[in-house]
Design a binder for this molecule. Structure first.
Ligand SMILES: [Zn+2]
Length: 235
C-alpha cells in the first residue's frame, strides 16, 4: 500500500508547484528518506488513523483482497468511534488526564469503545448515530471471527455502510464541535512531530485521502458511488 507525498524542496524550487510521489505507507505516519530528486525528507502526514485505514480498504478492493478490505473498513469505523469520543469529550471540557486514564480501561476492547461512543452521542445529540446495521455487523463478525471470505459486492456494500457511518458522524462533529475536531487533529500531529527530531527540515502534509476531517462537509459529502468512480472502481 502506497501513499502520495510532495517533496517540499522540489515544490519550492518549482514556485510552489509540487508533484506527488509515492512511498510505502507507515504506521506512525512519518516518512524519512529521499525524494525522487534526492532531497532529504522528513514528512509527517496529518492523516488520521481511520482515514488511513479507509484508504487501505479501498486499495484492498482494487487489488481483490475483499476479506482484508472488510477488516480495514471495520477498523476504520472503530478508529472513527475513538476520534468521536475524543472530540465530544473535549467539547465538554473533560479533563485530559482523567480522559487518558479512562481510555486505558477501554483501549483494548472495541466493544467498550463502541458503548462509550453510543451513549456519549445519545446524550450529546439526543438521537442515535448512524450505525452499521445488523446485516453488516454480522458480515464483519463472520469475516473477522469465522474466516468468511466475502465477495466483492459484499465488501463494497460494507464499505458503503462504513462510509456513511463515518461521514455522517464527522459532519455532525464538524457542525457542532469544529474547534475540538481541529484541536484533536493538532494533538495527533503533535504526537507525530515529537518523534521527528531535527535532522532534516520538517514538513507536515495533508494527503489526498477519501476521508478527511479537514474537508468542509457543511453542505454534504460525496456519495460513495462517486468515490468509487473517482478511484476507477466500478460496482
Ligand atoms: Zn525533492
Amino acid at each position: 500500500m502506497k501513499i502520495s507525498l510532495i517533496c517540499p524542496q522540489c515544490a519550492s524550487a518549482a514556485d510552489g508547484v509540487g508533484t506527488w510521489f509515492v512511498e510505502t505507507i507507515r504506521d506512525d505516519g512519518l516518512y524519512t528518506g529521499k525524494c525522487p530528486n534526492g532531497h532529504d525528507l522528513l514528512i509527517a502526514t496529518q492523516t488520521l488513523r481511520h482515514e488511513m485505514l479507509f484508504e487501505i480498504a479501498l486499495n484492498g478492493i482494487r487489488d481483490g483482497y475483499y476479506r482484508e478490505a472488510v477488516l480495514s473498513f471495520a477498523g476504520s469505523v472503530e478508529r472513527y468511534f475513538e476520534f468521536a469520543i475524543r472530540v465530544i469529550s473535549r467539547g465538554r471540557a473533560a479533563d485530559t488526564g482523567l480522559f487518558a486514564k479512562a481510555w486505558k480501561d477501554v483501549a483494548k476492547q472495541s466493544e467498550r469503545q463502541f458503548g462509550a461512543f453510543l451513549f456519549l452521542y445519545l446524550t450529546e445529540y439526543r438521537c442515535e448515530p448512524k450505525m452499521l446495521g445488523q446485516k453488516m455487523t454480522e458480515l464483519r463478525n463472520n469475516v473477522a471471527r469465522k474466516g468468511q471470505i466475502p465477495e466483492r459486492a459484499e465488501a463494497l456494500l460494507f464499505g458503503e455502510s462504513a462510509y456513511e457511518v463515518i461521514q455522517s458522524g464527522i459532519r455532525q462533529l464538524r457542525d457542532t464541535h469544529l474547534e475540538s475536531v481541529n484541536a484533536i487533529l493538532c494533538e495527533e500531529t503533535a504526537v507525530k512531530a515529537e518523534k521527528m527530531g531535527t535532522k532534516y527540515p520538517r514538513s507536515f502534509q495533508v494527503t489526498p485521502t477519501v476521508l478527511n476531517v479537514i474537508e468542509d462537509t457543511a453542505s454534504g459529502y460525496k456519495p460513495f458511488n462517486q468515490i468509487l468512480k473517482e478511484r476507477g472502481l466500478c460496482r
